[in-house]
Design a protein around this ligand. Structure first.
Ligand code: HEM
Length: 213
């Protein structure tokens, strides 16, 4: 029951960026260039949710809070949701569905190319996020979903590339992603080491002697 209430709370909190944006639009507070504000707001929300999604597993491992995993799918889908809003803002409000122009832009401006690629790679992750898909894909699901690290890196590079002078925010996002990647590398390495030691112990002459007795 407690977990259910917590899930609803996380869901509603995740809607806050959208609610705030709606509020600013309704109260005419989007400034002189509303399209730019919406693009930036939705872009920031996408990268933030991608990074929050990536913190779930380390949080679970470090705290032993098993239920944390139940939030990963929801947070990942919110990243996709804000990514969709960001992309829609671009193709609708920015480019007015001028598809030849969009294709040219994707090919010409590297930061758009990498943002576009990151968004495209997010689609299979969202589609395969259901429990049925997790069961159906088995080990392949984990391999596929590891792509989220590349997608987040693509998002950071996309942001870094578009800023002209002030690199503070892309730098902050990059450092957070770097720490998460290091943790992942470190935790899988140590797990591999433990597994390796265990295997060596099993095949060691002493262990074989013990087993044969
Ligand atoms: C996973 C996918 C993506 C992420 C994480 C992402 C993230 C971001 C972020 C963080 C910003 C900067 C926000 C700020 O300045 O406060 C941004 C800006 C922008 N993004 Fe994305 N983005 C993604 C995909 C895309 C796609 C698919 C497009 C269009 C094809 C796109 C087009 C833009 C544009 C036009 C800007 C504003 C550029 C400017 O200010 O000149 N992004 N994005």
């Amino acid at each position: 029951m407690k977990l259910k209430i917590f899930k609803v709370a996380v869901f509603l909190t995740s809607l806050t960026p959208l609610a705030l944006l709606g509020w600013f639009a309704l109260t005419d507070n989007l400034g002189a260039n509303p399209i730019e504000v919406i693009t930036h707001w939705t872009g920031d929300s996408t990268i933030i949710f991608l990074l929050i999604t990536l913190t779930v597993t380390p949080l679970r491992k470090l705290t032993g809070w098993k239920d944390a995993i139940q939030f990963r799918r929801m947070l990942g889908l919110f990243a996709f949701f804000y990514g969709c809003l960001h992309f829609t803002t671009y193709i609708w409000l920015d480019q007015f569905f001028d598809f030849p122009g969009i294709l040219k832009d994707v090919a010409k401006r590297p930061f758009i190319t990498i943002g576009f690629a990151s968004f495209i790679f997010l689609i299979p992750l969202a589609v395969t996020s259901t429990s049925a898909m997790v069961r159906r894909l088995g080990k392949r699901w984990q391999k596929l979903h590891r792509m989220i690290y590349f997608i987040a890196a693509g998002g950071v590079i996309h942001y870094w590339w578009l800023v002209k002078k002030d690199i503070r925010w892309p730098l902050i996002f990059g450092v957070v992603l770097g720490v998460l990647l290091l943790y992942r590398f470190w935790s899988t390495q140590s797990l591999a080491k433990i597994a390796g030691r265990f295997r060596r112990l099993q095949v060691s002459p002493v262990a074989q002697k013990v087993q044969s007795q």
